[in-house]
Design a protein around this ligand. Sequence first.
Ligand code: HEC
Length: 362
Amino acid sequence: MIRITKTATCINRFAAAALIGGLLSGGNSQTAQARTPEELQQIATEVVGDLAKTCPHIPGKLNDADAFKACAAKLAQIKSLPFAPAILWGGDQAQLRVRDRNLTRFRPDVFRDTYMPMLAFTGKFTLARDDRENMDIIRAEAYFRNDLPAGDYPYPFWHSDAKWSAYETMNTMSFYLDNSGRIVVVTRGNTGSEQARGTYGHVARPAFVKDRWVWQDASGGTQPQVMLFASRYRSNNPSLPRLDVAYRAFADNMREASCVSCHAPNNSQGAKKLILLQTPLHAAGEIDWVIQSVDSKKMPEDEKGLQAEIDPKLREAILRTARAFRDELRAADAWEARQRRTDVQGGSALAGRDPGQSGQSR
Ligand code: HEC
């Protein structure tokens, strides 16, 4: 059962970072509650408080282009989200055990930079505990920006009316903490309060063209732009041209092996833990797992879930291009990290990924 333990608004800031650090080095007990209600309160105050500063909800400005841009740029720099190395994301499905829920797996930085900016946070939260999973839950009040340009969403959620409606009406983002204080599951729900949202209006989206997860806009640009390398890296990142070439080679091989026929948002195989590979940044977040699963011959599989026979030459080509893509990603990330350090030394800690420099309009 999930029980609500406390309500609070974020006003005070505690030295919760130190606390999270302490918990991380703490025990891994399977049974006991890992932290006292006061400790959880402090962590939540820190996390949700920072989210509200980074991506504040200002009624009437939910779909403001500059607010969205600023939120994305600052989220990429946020320090107070103690994510585990991989996280699961999806609808609450609170009645189900986590292992039975339909969720999508992400590398947390990809999720933080491309999914979280769709939300604006009020700073309010409630706390709960899922005793079955032995996890504490921070339910942050958050409203979804439902009237952004199509390419600001990681994929057209309106491929399903139910999915789009679930996103449009969401008012909570829940963070599940494991015993080590790490965020392992993030869910969306619409059972929270509507009070602070402002006026809500459903946005009707153009009909989704089957399987068109990547498309060209009216001016010939590739969309969704938030999932392109240009949204993650500065335009002067020297790896960008090579990264693009490496991704294309890898994507061609994935196409030949039909990877995306299963690893796309329509989840044709009904996987409980979906892996998305249909855009550059989705693929980037999964690249280490891709290499592992293709190398071990776990992937590709067939519709029955059995190992699929593929030409050994194709397997070899997938692995070779996947590794080349991974190496370019590492180089691009390393360059970006060096730039950020320079920015910090130059006194502008938030300059990191400045969307103004990424050479694209949102
Ligand atoms: C016929 C459908 C299908 C095809 C084709 C397919 N996969 Fe999968 N893949 C799945 C399913 C189902 C899972 C398991 C998801 C789950 O845990 O429920 C999976 C899991 C994975 C995982 C996660 C493995 C792990 O343990 O971390 C990766 C990575 C992956 N696939 C990559 C690929 C790549 C790359 C290709 C193409 C070479 C491919 N898949 C082709 C259906 C498919």
